[in-house]
Design a protein around this ligand. Structure first.
Ligand SMILES: [Zn+2]
Length: 125
């Protein structure tokens, strides 16, 4: 039986379990959740129609300049919408175009081939 003093000590402990070891993603793991979050719901990409700008075709984006930034290395690539249309076609989806613009590799290299490359974040300004 624990002594009253030991009981007190036990009671003062946080009720949750001892901290679980932080799982470090291995090479076989999927991309981190944050990566998908950045693609699936980027609040800045939401416009009135509800279609995120990065899922629109170039012809559907009422902007003169398109900008994509990398969440990892903070690289910013801008392209005039007319240039993007000329290079990739009016029906190209901006997400695909943005990925191509960032395609020459990210400055934040993980050393793991499947994760290298920028994490695009699409801005509307
Ligand atoms: Zn990058």
């Amino acid at each position: 039986m624990p002594t009253p003093k030991q009981m007190e000590k036990l009671a003062s402990r946080p009720s949750r379990q001892p901290e679980a070891p932080v799982a470090t993603p291995g090479p076989a793991d999927d991309l981190p959740e944050a990566y998908w979050d950045s693609i699936i719901r980027d609040p800045r990409g939401q416009i009135r129609t509800g279609i995120p700008i990065q899922q629109r075709r170039l012809s559907e984006i009422p902007r003169h300049v398109l900008r994509v930034t990398c969440r990892r290395c903070d690289r910013i690539v801008e392209i005039q919408t007319v240039d993007a249309v000329r290079l990739y076609g009016a029906h190209a989806v901006w997400k695909d175009v943005g990925m191509k613009l960032l395609d020459d590799g990210c400055r934040e290299q993980t050393g793991r081939l499947e994760e290298d490359g920028c994490w695009p974040s699409f801005e509307t300004t």
